[in-house]
Design a protein around this ligand. Structure first.
Ligand SMILES: *[C@@H]1O[C@H](CO)[C@@H](O)[C@H](O)[C@H]1NC(C)=O
Ligand SMILES: *[C@@H]1O[C@H](CO)[C@@H](O)[C@H](O)[C@H]1NC(C)=O
Length: 418
């Protein structure tokens, strides 16, 4: 209710100044590649992978806390619970010695945005698994911000300081926190006025392994930590974008986020849409998980999350999946990771929502090598998201053209054009 009335007020105040795009015409944003969890020679960077799992767990723990606070426990999925904060353990240190350490090509599915009347520019991670925008502040203390773009409220005539603070703890020793502001935010020509965000003054170790400056959340208001309208929801309410639709192509090159529609140059055939269920997330139900002819799980749910590298499933279902792969075994029980002989990588593992089965290319099923074994990109971790809920990150999204429609309240998939 709170969010809705806020939006109406914003829309009334601001429609006059918004510049609508033409119907059916969207804008593309070129994305850079996400940081990998393996080294350039394909060896798993176990320390980095473990850290990523802990961050993913705590990101969704925070989402669940936001959801409960914003709209109430009755909007949580059946079986959902807020798990204890996940901590980074040292259990993997022995295995870590097997890895090489030539980290390379650290980059992200990130693109540029501007904030403020003076168009301060930032490289942000576009995240369908969260709903807030944050970037470093010029008041940021500590070395983590040194190499980052910093937002300076004093140089933007449209900046307004708001009450409250913003905090996210990732459980790997990193934490971002800062004050709350509104300002003008532009993503590829689409402008949202008075957009809530946080210029963070503390980012601890969050940035240690990447070049991005911050995160722009593309999910629903119900999981907003700021308890405010996310960027695209604001832009739609203000008429800055005709269609409340965005779409991703994630690939080693030619990655793109398209705002206000889909880009027909990047996919072929019809888009297969599935209605969003539950609250807050880009979540769709009625999913079957398949490895070739074998059904691993049915009646499952999927949350599609561009801000997560890998795929997470309920531990029992993920164990059942690896049982279908000869000679597979647990690699890292704390982080739900499995290994298998690289030659046994499944060629027909995928997900179906009653239409086409969207399969994961073998190269996307492999997180990295450990000796002659390969670690899989599907991890068995209870994220607290609910019974039978899977989290499909980039290892899934790289195989499809994915469409997120606020208008249809649906997620769609189409075949990528090669
Ligand atoms: C890293 O990026 C450079 C330039 O794009 C490319 O030539 C090289 O092959 C990449 N290395 C790896 C290991 O992907
Ligand atoms: C992580 O550490 C905190 C603080 O010590 C503790 O409360 C929490 O239960 C731990 N999490 C797990 C999953 O063990």
């Amino acid at each position: 209710m709170f969010i809705k009335s806020n939006l109406v007020a914003l829309a009334l105040a601001l429609t006059a100044s918004a510049t609508p795009l033409l119907e059916g015409v969207g804008t593309p944003i070129t994305l850079e590649k996400r940081v990998g969890l393996s080294t350039s020679s394909g060896f798993l960077d176990h320390a980095k992978a473990a850290k990523q799992v802990v961050r993913d767990r705590n990101k969704h723990r925070r989402n669940l806390m936001n959801l409960k606070r914003n709209v109430g426990a009755e909007f949580m999925n059946k079986g959902a619970h807020i798990p204890p904060i996940a901590n980074l353990t040292n259990s993997h240190h022995k295995r870590q010695s097997e890895q090489l350490t030539d980290y390379e090509n650290d980059s992200y599915w990130a693109g540029s945005i501007t904030i403020g009347s003076d168009k301060q520019s930032f490289l942000v991670d576009f995240d369908t698994g969260s709903s807030d925008l944050w970037v470093p502040s010029s008041k940021c203390k500590g070395s983590s911000c040194k190499s980052k773009k910093e937002y300076n409220a004093a140089s933007s005539s449209t900046a307004a300081h708001k009450p409250g603070t913003f905090t996210i703890e990732y459980g790997d020793g990193s934490k971002v926190s800062g004050p709350v502001y509104t300002d003008t935010v532009t993503v590829a020509g689409v402008t949202a006025h008075n957009q809530y965000f946080s210029p963070v003054t503390s980012v601890s170790s969050y940035f240690a392994d990447g070049e991005k400056d911050g995160v722009l959340g593309l999910a629903f208001p119900e999981i907003s930590n700021l308890h405010q309208s996310p960027f695209l929801t604001t832009a739609k309410a203000q008429g800055a974008v005709k269609a409340g639709v965005f779409a991703f192509k994630l690939d080693a090159s030619g990655s793109e986020l398209y705002l206000g529609g889909t880009n027909p140059k990047l996919y072929k055939g019809a888009i297969e849409y599935h209605p969003v269920v539950g609250a807050g997330f880009w979540q769709i139900g009625g999913m079957e998980v398949e490895n070739g002819d074998q059904v691993i799980a049915s009646g499952a749910q999927a949350i599609v999350d561009s801000g997560t590298s890998i795929i997470y499933g309920p531990p029992a279902s993920v164990a059942a999946l690896y049982e279908t792969i000869p000679e597979s075994r647990v690699y890292d029980s704390a982080n739900g990771l499995y290994e298998f002989p690289c030659a046994a990588v499944p060629a027909d593992f995928g997900f179906s929502w009653g239409g086409k089965t969207w399969t994961i290319e073998p190269v996307n099923f492999i997180l990295g090598r450990v000796g002659n074994m390969c670690v899989g990109a599907v991890a068995g971790v209870d994220l607290g998201l609910g019974d039978g809920v899977w989290l499909l990150g980039d290892s899934f999204m790289k195989n499809v053209y994915s469409v997120f429609s606020f208008d249809k309240k649906a997620v769609g998939f189409a075949q990528l054009k090669q």
